[in-house]
Design a protein around this ligand. Structure first.
Ligand SMILES: [Zn+2]
Ligand SMILES: [Zn+2]
Length: 253
């Protein structure tokens, strides 16, 4: 689920390592206690944790960004964050439009080394990842895209930031985030426009990681190539958004 909770099990939190000849890009530091697991996983795969040169996030919530200060300290990776999520990262969640006073959802404030803007490309060792602003869930919620070549075929990869509407999110008369509904609508339009072959996301359950992983060696086709699953997921997010918006408009006038 997309609600940030310190006590969630970590197996729903998705991180991505993009390996290049000039070092690696890591997307999502996740929780502080996830960092040793990430380090162990990177090394188990045969890569070096110390080769992490760039650190990115899906959005500035505790479950995707709390471990960033540790990774930054340990690897000296450059932390690059979408402009509208920078105040959240640098305050450790204290400027959140809804969680400003919820200390259980705050995290260590972390210095952002580079501020990213909508459409900006992050490049390292021949790999190019594009940051798409898909706001609403947080003001700077980011969907990452890249293109991969495999056996002479090109694939569009989408790592969806989130369309989740957390409990307590006010879509109407929101004083701390007046444009929230318009932002979700923008995010939905952007996500619908992105070509997607390989569907990934900040949370495993959004793209059915467990089911797909189980199928990986069992089927000839790669289960992670799932353009239909992507469109369905965005359509579900859109439907849930308009249902909640309508409900809140009716009860709030
Ligand atoms: Zn989350
Ligand atoms: Zn979140």
């Amino acid at each position: 689920m997309s609600y940030p909770n310190k006590h969630d099990t970590t197996d729903d939190l998705a991180s991505y390592l993009i390996v290049t000849p000039k070092g690696n890009i890591l997307i999502n530091s996740s929780l502080e206690e996830t960092v040793p697991m990430l380090k162990a996983s990177i090394e188990k795969l045969g890569f070096k944790y110390s080769d992490t040169k760039i650190l990115l996030i899906s959005h500035a919530h505790i479950d995707h960004a709390a471990g960033s200060h540790l990774i930054q300290q340990q690897t000296k990776a450059k932390y690059m964050v979408m402009d509208a999520d920078v105040p959240l990262i640098q305050s450790g969640g204290k400027t959140d439009f809804i969680y400003a006073n919820d200390v259980t959802l705050h995290f260590p404030p972390t210095t952002v080394d580079k501020v990213l803007h909508d459409g900006e490309q992050v490049k390292l060792g021949g790999s190019v990842i594009t940051a798409h602003l898909t706001p609403g869930h947080t003001k700077g919620c980011t969907t990452w895209t890249m293109q991969l070549m495999d056996h002479g075929k090109q694939y569009h990869v989408v790592i969806l930031g989130s369309l989740g509407i957390n409990p307590g999110y006010k879509l109407v008369h929101n004083k701390t985030y007046p444009n929230i509904a318009r932002d979700y609508e923008h995010a939905i339009a952007v996500l619908k426009s992105l070509p997607c072959d390989i569907f990934l996301a900040a949370h495993a359950e959004i793209f059915d990681l467990k089911k797909k992983y189980a199928l990986l060696n069992a089927s000839a086709a790669n289960p992670f190539i799932d353009p239909v699953g992507y469109q369905k997921s965005v359509a579900r997010g859109e439907k849930a958004f308009y249902k909640e918006l309508k409900k809140q408009e009716l009860s709030n006038g």
